[in-house]
Design a protein around this ligand. Sequence first.
Ligand code: CO
Length: 217
Amino acid sequence: MSLDHLLAHNRAWAAQMVRERPSFFTNLKNQQKPKYMWIGCSDSRVPANQITGLEPGEVFVHRNVANVVVHSDLNALSTVQYAVDMLNVEHVIVCGHYGCGGVQAALDNARIGLADNWIRHIQDVRDRYRKPLEGALVTQRLDMLCELNVIEQVVNLCQTTVLKDAWLRSHSITVHGWIYGVSDGLVHDLDMSVQGAAGLELARERAVAQVLSKNRR
Ligand code: CO
């Protein structure tokens, strides 16, 4: 099947941008200076730029199944290192979403294929919080694990050499944990904001406590 409609849309979009803001693309040509890095799920319903109102040039994006930060993932680590050390982003946002298929598969022990090995990282999160998850209503478990997964991926990110070294250099950078509702388009801040290695454990404790109290109501 031809993808002409996508290319036609692209030409119309580029022409409209130039009409409305003639220097838009020429300003972007030489350099990107985003203040934000986004680590999100590959899910087609969670487009970083659109839901935050950010334009080309404003957010540096890494996406994978279920927004996981794995300590040995050279793809994610390289992207984070470039964003932090070269682009000097001020904020890194880990954004999960409710109804995440990767998190659901982790919860259900579903066998998908190769991705099972990736999803195993989310099962580590599930196992860490096995008791509170089992204590929650079945209908709330997925939301709960989606939120806990964001918190634990923020922890993983903060424990990378990239972030630790940046903070050692007194580089001002904040890591945030957010979650997005695909059914209402709204982002929720999970109050998991970390500005330095010293604050990490307390931030995790507080954010986890909030998740557990919310989901038990
Ligand atoms: Co997802």
